[in-house]
Design a protein around this ligand. Structure first.
Ligand code: AMP
Length: 381
C-alpha cells in the first residue's frame, strides 16, 4: 500500500481514552482525525477534527466516516465486524476485520491459540448448561466461566467454586456461549505490547508486569523482573500471533506466569493496551504513534525505553471524596498526569493514569503509588 502521509485523515471507530491518545499522536504528526461512536463529547471526540455520533450498526454513518478519511482503525474491539467490513469496502481498515473476528470472540480466540500450539489456561467450550456440567467435571473447581463475546475488564465473567453453582453461573452470564477456564493460581500477570508494520516489520516493548484490582488493571511496571528466556518466549509468541493473523497495527498479548515459571496466554487485544500507556512518557515512540505508523504504512519507530517506568490507573473511585488533589500529583517532578476528559467519574471507570520514571522499577513503582495516594485527601487508596 502507498504510505498515507501527514496531512491525510484517519478515521477511528470508538471514542474512549485509547482513541483519544491515538488522536493526539496523529494530530502531533499533522494528521486529521474523525471518530465514530455512539457517544458525544467523548474522550476521543474532544481532540478530533470531526466527531460522528452514531451507533456502530448505523452503516450509513459508517460509510460517511469512511468516505471522508484515508484509512480507518478501531480502538475498541467490540465494534461489529460488519461495521469494519463496510468501511473496508471504501478505505483500508487496519488491523483488518479478520483480526477482530478472531479476537473479539473468546471461543474463536482460544481455538486459534490452541491451533497455533500456544500455551493457554485449560478451557472447554460451553454452549449449554449440559456442556457446562460436563466442562466442570473435566476442569474441576475453582474455575471461571466467561462469555464468548462482549467481555472486558472482568465483565461477562463469573467464578465457580462448586459444581452445584453451575446453573446460577450459567444464568449470570446470560445463558450465552462461552468458555470455562481453570482458575490459574498465578505468580504474576504480564503483557507484551507489539506492533507489526504493513511491510511485515515487527517491534515490541518488552514484557510488562501488571497488577489487577477487581479484574481491572491497577498498576503496570517495566522492564519486568523475569528471566531473559521467558521474555524471548513471550516475544516469539506475540510474533507468531501477529504473523498468523496478519495484523497490521499494535496488539497486546496478556499472559499469566504460573508459579512453576510457565507462560500461559490469557487473551489478545488487537489495539494499543492499557499496560502500554507508559510508552507515552518512557519510550522513543509511544504505542499510539506506532499504531498510527502501522495504519499509515510508515516505517515503525524505535521502541527503546528511556528509563524504568510504572503506570497507575486513576479510576472514578478516586472522586469518592470530591475532586482529587491534582496539585499534589503535579508536585512530583518525575510523575506525568494523563486525564481522559471523561465528564462523569464512576466507580471502576478509567478516568486517567499517572506514569512515573525512575532509575529502577521499584523506585518508579513507589513513585507512582505515592503520587496516586497524594491525590486523595481522605483514606489512602
Ligand atoms: P480477562 O478479561 O479474561 O483478561 O480477565 C480479567 C482478569 O481476571 C485477569 O487479568 C485476571 O486477573 C483475572 N482472571 C481471568 N481469567 C483468570 C483465570 N483463568 N485464572 C485466574 N485469574 C483470572
Amino acid at each position: 500500500m502507498k504510505p498515507i502521509l501527514p496531512g491525510a485523515t484517519i478515521g477511528v471507530l470508538g471514542s474512549g481514552q485509547l482513541g483519544r491518545m491515538f488522536a493526539i499522536a496523529a494530530r502531533q504528526m499533522g494528521y486529521r482525525v474523525h471518530t465514530l461512536s455512539p457517544d458525544s463529547e467523548s474522550p476521543a471526540g474532544q481532540v478530533s477534527d470531526v466527531e460522528i455520533t452514531a451507533p456502530y450498526e448505523d452503516l450509513d454513518a459508517v460509510r460517511t466516516l469512511a468516505r471522508n478519511v484515508d484509512a480507518v482503525t478501531f480502538e475498541f474491539e467490540n465494534v461489529p465486524v460488519e461495521t469494519v467490513e463496510v468501511a473496508a469496502g471504501i478505505v483500508p481498515v487496519r488491523p483488518a476485520g479478520s483480526v477482530l473476528h478472531v479476537t473479539q470472540h473468546r471461543i474463536r480466540e482460544k481455538t486459534f491459540l490452541r491451533k497455533m500450539g500456544l500455551p493457554t489456561t485449560r478451557f472447554s467450550i460451553v454452549r449449554s448448561l449440559d456442556e457446562l456440567h460436563q466442562a466442570l467435571s473435566e476442569t474441576g473447581c475453582p474455575s471461571i466461566l466467561k462469555t464468548a463475546d462482549f467481555g472486558y475488564d472482568g465483565k461477562g465473567q463469573v467464578a465457580i467454586d462448586s459444581p452445584a453453582r453451575a446453573e446460577e453461573a450459567w444464568a449470570t452470564i446470560g445463558r450465552r456461549d462461552g468458555v470455562l477456564e481453570a482458575f490459574v493460581d498465578f505468580d504474576r500477570e504480564l503483557s507484551l505490547v507489539a506492533v507489526r508494520g504493513d511491510d511485515g516489520s515487527f517491534a515490541h516493548y518488552g514484557l510488562i508486569e501488571n497488577r489487577h484490582r477487581a479484574h481491572i488493571l491497577d498498576l503496570s511496571y517495566t522492564p519486568a523482573r523475569v528471566p531473559e528466556r521467558l521474555e524471548l518466549d513471550a516475544i516469539e509468541m506475540a510474533r507468531t500471533v501477529m504473523e498468523q493473523l496478519q495484523v497490521v497495527g499494535v496488539l497486546c498479548v496478556e499472559f499469566f506466569l504460573t508459579r512453576d515459571g510457565r507462560l500461559l496466554v490469557n487473551e489478545l487485544a488487537p489495539r494499543p493496551h492499557n499496560s502500554g500507556h507508559f510508552t507515552l512518557d518512557a519510550c522513543v515512540t509511544s504505542q499510539f504513534e506506532q499504531q498510527l505508523r502501522a495504519v499509515c504504512g510508515l516505517p515503525l519507530g524505535s521502541t527503546r525505553q528511556l528509563q524504568p517506568a510504572a503506570m497507575a490507573n486513576l479510576l472514578g473511585d478516586l472522586w469518592d471524596n470530591g475532586e482529587p488533589d491534582w496539585l499534589a500529583a503535579c508536585a512530583q517532578p518525575e510523575v506525568k498526569l494523563h486525564l481522559y476528559g471523561k465528564l462523569e467519574p464512576r466507580r471502576g471507570r478509567k478516568m486517567g493514569h499517572l506514569t512515573a520514571l525512575a532509575p529502577s522499577v521499584d523506585c518508579a513503582l513507589r513513585g507512582v503509588i505515592d503520587a496516586r495516594n497524594s491525590l486523595v485527601t481522605g483514606p489512602s487508596m
